[in-house]
Design a protein around this ligand. Structure first.
Ligand SMILES: *Cc1c(COP(=O)(O)O)cnc(C)c1O
Length: 393
């Protein structure tokens, strides 16, 4: 890793923005001619929404997607002018602020009247995108109420209170490409789009695919794909690694060894003493725990130290966990770099930590807490073809 500027650290999540750009370029190729929306909700899946959004736009993404209007407003406050869609609201969401900031508002049904009232208040038409529930059973308008929603939206549009600029939906099982439900969702989506267009709506975008849908279902691309996980270089498929998909994980989570000590056979480790050394051994202490977003039940995961993999043993505590080197002969490793996960064959991936703790790679990166400082590589794009892409700051 090109990180000369940041060798002094206790604990860090290093975010390689050039990896973000490469991943976006890869999705532009895969999705072409459809456009790419980079999904940067949840602080960019833990990577930092702002730097990720900027890098994604630099690489050719044309839209940004977030769940909450507050997340979209933060992008605008930082000067980002690209189209942004926010799709998850409550009656307390600030629709007026969204309209004023030219944020597209995703609508499942009940929001429509609130948005129309807010448009009246700020005297500006809202840009809305109507969401059909094609089968996920979460947000979105049920198919049997779609015509009614289209009718209501058309009426508000005629009043000049809003403009319907998009229709979208979300896939349920695209990470399991053999499942037939995706075909049904695509069919229902086509029908919903047709109903909107028959009602005279002039749509800028129709979009359905998330990362797995983008990679496995070209017939789900429509005008735009919404890429979250893939932006960060992670694989949505259980049996495919990022490199199989030409993706590069952007986050490397690392720390320095905080203690290193020789212990006898039978040494118990961490709360509950759930682990005991099988012989004389060396235990290494890593200064990260569930307070940093490391899953408490991740024993069984591995870390890399000096190019070798070692097991996490015993319970992960709030601030720290223990690695058993399984040898009494180790040198003193205090201050050495420990990589929890990152990119490439030599280090564990976020997916390995997910497997060890019974979750998915999405959660592993997203839950890394604000307690862990983020450091960015590649913040300025290379323009002379010769300089390293990695200088931080
Ligand atoms: C989170 C989200 C996405 C991104 O999904 P990935 O699988 O991470 O690509 C796309 N669309 C909607 C509606 C989402 O909530």
């Amino acid at each position: 890793m090109n990180s000369a500027a940041s060798e002094s650290f206790d604990r860090q999540a290093v975010i390689d923005l050039e990896a973000i750009r490469d991943n976006i370029r890869q999705f532009l190729q895969v999705a072409e001619p459809a456009r790419v929306m980079a999904v940067v909700k949840a602080d960019g899946y833990g990577h930092g929404a702002l730097p990720v959004a900027r890098a994604a736009l630099e690489a050719g993404a044309s839209w940004l997607g977030v769940a909450h209007i507050t997340e979209a407003l933060a992008l605008r406050a930082a000067g980002i002018e690209a189209p942004v869609l926010a799709w998850l609201h409550t009656p307390d969401s600030d629709f007026a602020a969204a309209i004023t900031a030219s944020i597209d508002i995703g609508i499942s049904g009940w929001e429509l009247e609130h948005v129309a009232a807010a448009a009246k208040e700020v005297q500006r038409p809202a840009r809305v995108q109507l969401k059909i529930d094609t089968g996920l059973g979460r947000n979105g308008c049920p198919p049997d109420r779609w015509e009614e929603l289209i009718g209501q939206a058309s009426a508000f549009q005629e009043e000049g209170l809003l403009r319907v600029v998009g229709v979208f939906s979300h896939l349920a099982v695209a990470d399991e490409p053999h499942r037939p439900e995706t075909d049904e969702q695509i069919d229902r989506f086509r029908e919903a789009v047709a109903v909107a267009e028959d009602a005279g709506m002039d749509l800028e975008v129709r979009h359905l695919a998330n990362t797995p849908g983008t990679l496995s279902r070209p017939d789900a691309h429509f005008d735009m794909v919404r890429v979250g996980l893939g932006t960060y270089g992670l694989s949505p498929f259980e049996n495919e690694r990022p490199e199989d998909l030409k993706l590069r994980p952007a986050m490397t989570l690392r720390a320095k060894v905080a203690n290193c000590k020789r212990v006898p056979e039978g040494q118990g480790v961490s709360y509950g003493l759930r682990y005991r050394t099988e012989g004389p051994s060396t235990l290494v202490l890593v200064p990260m725990g569930y307070g940093d977003g490391i899953p408490r039940n991740a024993s069984g995961a591995q870390v890399a130290i000096g190019g070798k993999r070692y097991d996490v043993v015993g319970r992960v505590a709030m601030d720290q966990f223990v690695v058993d080197l399984r040898t009494a002969e180790a040198p003193d490793l205090v201050g050495e770099e420990v990589i929890l996960f990152g990119a490439g064959e030599d280090v564990p991936g976020a997916a390995d930590w997910a497997a060890a703790s019974g979750t998915i790679n999405y959660e592993i990166v997203t839950r890394i807490s604000p307690r862990v400082p983020r450091v960015y590589l590649g913040q300025t794009p290379v323009d002379d073809g010769g300089a390293p892409a990695g200088s931080a700051e």
